[in-house]
Design a protein around this ligand. Sequence first.
Ligand code: HEM
Length: 128
Amino acid sequence: MYEVLLLLHNLLRWFVLLFGLWALLRPEPRPGAFFAHALTLQVVLGLLLAFVSPLFQGALAALGEVMRAGGEPRYFVAEHWVGGLLALGLAHAGLARARKGQGARLLFALSLLVLLLSIPWFRPLLRL
Ligand code: HEM
């Protein structure tokens, strides 16, 4: 289960980024919906992953020490998901504006920027 979720979470990141780019170039309801909904799915996968990940669960079990020591465990337990949730909020705010016919490009751009900063690029680019 863990390996499958990790593979899907890894792969879906590329679709999220592609849809995000599409929404940025055409800040309209359809591209915005693809972006916001793919990102929602990615966040759900991330939350499931957090429950089954030995790394995440191990870091939670020794939180004080992990927060002091830093490194990969602290990154995943304290930083990675914060960016994911912030990007999700920005993408849905963008979608809501696009549906009202208001400008949404800035919100999609901010969401993409937060995503680019929150993705663990030190991990494999693909796990196929
Ligand atoms: C609430 C939101 C999120 C949570 C809770 C979450 C959780 C996690 C966890 C626990 C891991 C590491 C698992 C492990 O190594 O055992 C991980 C890795 C990763 N996450 Fe997330 N994530 C979230 C959002 C996102 C988003 C929005 C993206 C990108 C669009 C993303 C992209 C990745 C990537 C690329 C990896 C590395 C996968 C690999 O090593 O193959 N995550 N995430």
